[in-house]
Write a protein that binds this ligand. Structure first.
Ligand SMILES: NC(=O)c1ccc[n+]([C@@H]2O[C@H](COP(=O)([O-])OP(=O)(O)OC[C@H]3O[C@@H](n4cnc5c(N)ncnc54)[C@H](O)[C@@H]3O)[C@@H](O)[C@H]2O)c1
Ligand SMILES: O=P(O)(O)OC[C@H](O)CO
Length: 335
């Protein structure tokens, strides 16, 4: 397969911007679509994304555009819009998508209206010949954009295209590991956001380090059950896009999801926290979608159900915690 030199990036939030900078470090030509004209202007004229990733000097060769289809003049296209907007953005791209050019899902979430994973949503909308990969893993944009060492999962069935994408995106400080399992990679990345909200609640409520460790371990068990029921591999959840991202996101106030949970645990309301935010907090939307998906697949996901209850059904926080702690004792592993 020919080397991929020109890469389109759809979405210039914090993550799309950090990926554009990473691609420049890898020596690629980058065209970055931003929805906001002021973001296009700031990137092209001041080499900074003042709205979504301020304070970092971007490579001056990153070319931002307001015209979404400009980013399709590329050898591969990264899709970096929030999960709930992925379908409408892909619908705008579909009629002009170049034959056979791979798409890489970089969002972490499950669609609320359909309970679809992002690669399923993208495949629903883009032409059938588009190979769709998933990029996921422990990646705070603010660290990636500065070139701090990071490793990720690049998942797709086609190892040949996967290898070409790894070569196009990878640098010594941004190391993609190929995996064949998109379902596992996506469920790990999406559901860890819900678990990070739960872990933030545990810490904000001062329930202790033991409680956080228990939550993360049982949370990983939940995530793995869902991934396997959906057709993914358990081993993927032990990798970067599973355990790796869960540990990162569920233990740092840098995370929008964890910090939301932390504020809720301290007694703030969802409206008060979200009202002051421009950045996307994916777990808020994925919580209800994951509960719907788990119901479809008959998978028990008590932690996700508890987070959904608190976020979307006015469940009392302390009663919800008591409910989880009073569940019947059971074997640690399925027997
Ligand atoms: N920020 C990170 O550290 C990080 C890391 C890995 C993955 N991600 C994932 O990347 C995705 C994008 O997150 P982000 O952090 O770059 O976003 P962000 O919070 O920095 O910015 C919000 C983004 O949403 C876009 N947006 C708002 N309304 C829209 C609409 N109607 N249609 C299309 N786009 C719209 C904005 O243009 C902006 O690009 C999310 O799924 C997130 O989970 C983020
Ligand atoms: O800030 P969050 O919670 O959206 O997490 C960002 C990344 O997904 C961490 O890998």
């Amino acid at each position: 397969m020919e080397a991929m030199q020109r890469i389109g990036v759809i979405g210039a939030g914090a993550w799309g911007t950090a990926l554009a900078q990473t691609l420049r470090r890898a020596g690629r030509d980058v065209i970055l679509w931003a929805r906001e004209p002021e973001v296009v202007d700031a990137i092209n004229h001041r080499n900074e994304n003042t709205d979504f990733l301020p304070g970092v000097a971007l490579d001056s060769a990153i070319h931002a555009t307001e015209e979404i289809t400009d980013a399709l003049a590329a050898d591969a296209v990264l899709l970096v819009v929030p999960a709930q907007h992925m379908r409408s953005v892909c619908a705008a791209l579909a009629p002009r998508w170049p034959t056979g050019v791979p798409a890489v899902v970089c969002a972490k979430g499950i669609e609320q209206t359909s309970a679809s994973l992002m690669h399923e949503t993208v495949e629903d909308v883009l032409p059938a010949d588009v190979p769709v990969a998933v990029l996921s893993g422990p990646t705070f944009a603010a660290e990636v954009v500065r070139g701090l060492p990071t490793a990720v999962t690049l998942a797709m069935d086609d190892a040949h295209v996967g290898r070409a994408l790894v070569d196009a995106i990878g640098t010594p400080t941004f190391r993609p590991y190929y995996a064949p399992d998109r379902i596992g990679a996506e469920i790990g990345g999406a559901v860890k956001n819900v678990m990070a909200i739960a872990a933030g609640i545990v810490d904000g409520r001062k329930l202790g380090d033991n409680a956080r460790a228990a939550l993360l371990t049982r949370g990983l068990a939940e995530i793995t059950r869902l991934a396997v029921a959906k057709g993914g591999r358990a081993e993927t959840l032990m990798g970067l896009s599973g355990l790796g991202d869960l540990v990162l996101t569920a233990s740092s106030l840098q995370s929008r999801n964890y910090s939301l949970g932390h504020a809720l645990g301290e007694g703030k309301t969802l409206e008060a926290v979200m009202g002051g935010r421009k950045a996307v907090t994916e777990g808020v939307y994925t919580a209800s979608a994951v509960v719907a998906l788990a119901k479809d697949l008959s998978v028990d996901m008590p932690i996700c159900a508890a987070v959904d209850g608190v976020l979307n059904h006015q469940a009392d926080l302390d009663e919800t915690i008591r409910g989880l702690l009073n569940r019947p004792f059971k074997a640690e592993h399925s027997i």
